[in-house]
Write a protein that binds this ligand. Structure first.
Ligand code: ZN
Ligand code: ZN
Length: 302
């Protein structure tokens, strides 16, 4: 069962699976656009194209303004993080393979599963916090961290036009201390201690890999052309976030289905009303309105 109907999704989110730069209007947009177009055409016959432009996509003024805030300094930080994290992934994978024993396979599998669930929950928590609170005007985190979340709602498929560095820089940065800790753990522990704590190692490793890969998985969930077959297979088995599943988050006002690694926790958290209860408590305590900044950007249409 889905949290939103197909009709709600179609009416309140961008139509993504079109081959023309994701710029096709939704049916609702078309209806509204045609109405606006006839009004605009009456006043100014050259204005029809502007009047039928859709609410979401690369032509959205807010999305363009947010994209222009991507700075060279931010790019440098991302390059360093991506290469460091990949190096640590390779080192840890080699260490894990060299210590792997068949008799520990079941505990390894169970721990790995818990690691993936933790990563999925963490993705939901960070995504929810960034979407719901704070503003792009905030010092340091505004432009560097919250900006991509705002841009993503206004132009959901811009992520598919980002390269590997821009897509993965921030998540790989989070993976660095965890994978660094794990490499250090291998260095200071004896082989016996490593065997005893192999479940913990598998948990930390899989959690960090899925945390690091979250935005790449998220990018694949917005990609409708040219995906490798193994990615499509992982999506259809729901081992990584499937496209139809993530579409539910991209329905205005973006208030649910925040987990973007595997998406396994979205339905149970929705059932528990986890995010809305959390927002209710924070609003009562602080007086802050959830998604205030996100809504402000959503209104910047011209
Ligand atoms: Zn979001
Ligand atoms: Zn998305």
């Amino acid at each position: 069962m889905m949290a939103k109907s197909d009709k709600e999704i179609l009416a309140n989110s961008m139509y993504e699976d079109d081959p023309n730069g994701n710029s096709a209007p939704t049916s609702i947009d078309q209806e509204q656009g045609q109405l606006a177009a006839s009004e605009a055409a009456t006043a100014d016959p050259t204005n029809i194209a502007a009047a039928i432009s859709p609410r979401w996509g690369p032509q959205n003024k807010g999305a363009q303004e947010l994209a222009s805030l991507y700075s060279p300094g931010k790019r440098a930080q991302e390059v360093v993080c991506v290469y460091t994290c990949i190096g640590l992934m390779i080192i840890n994978l080699a260490l894990i393979m060299s210590h792997m024993r068949w008799e520990r396979i079941s505990v390894t599998f169970f721990s790995a599963l818990c690691g993936i669930l933790t990563a999925d929950f963490a993705s939901g928590l960070v995504h929810w916090a960034a979407d719901t609170w704070g503003s792009v005007d905030l010092a340091v985190i505004g432009k560097n961290f919250l900006r991509p979340f705002r841009e993503h709602h206004l132009d959901p498929t811009s992520i598919t036009r980002h390269d590997f560095i821009e897509t993965n820089g921030d998540n790989f940065m989070v993976g660095i201390p965890i994978l660094g800790y794990l490499a250090h753990y291998f260095y200071i522990k004896s082989p016996g201690e490593i065997q005893q704590n192999f479940g913990w190692i598998a948990y930390v490793f899989l959690c960090s890999i899925f945390v690091a890969m979250t935005n790449q998985i998220h990018k694949w969930s917005h990609t409708y052309w040219g995906l490798p077959r193994w990615v499509l297979l992982l999506q259809s088995c729901h081992i990584i976030l499937p496209r139809k599943h993530h579409r539910i988050h991209h329905v205005a006002p973006h208030e649910t289905y925040f987990c973007i690694t595997t998406g396994w926790l979205n339905w149970p958290l929705e059932l528990l009303r986890f995010w809305s209860s959390f927002e209710f408590i924070i609003e009562r305590l602080t007086g802050l309105k959830p998604r205030d900044d996100d809504l402000k950007w959503a209104k910047k249409l011209t």
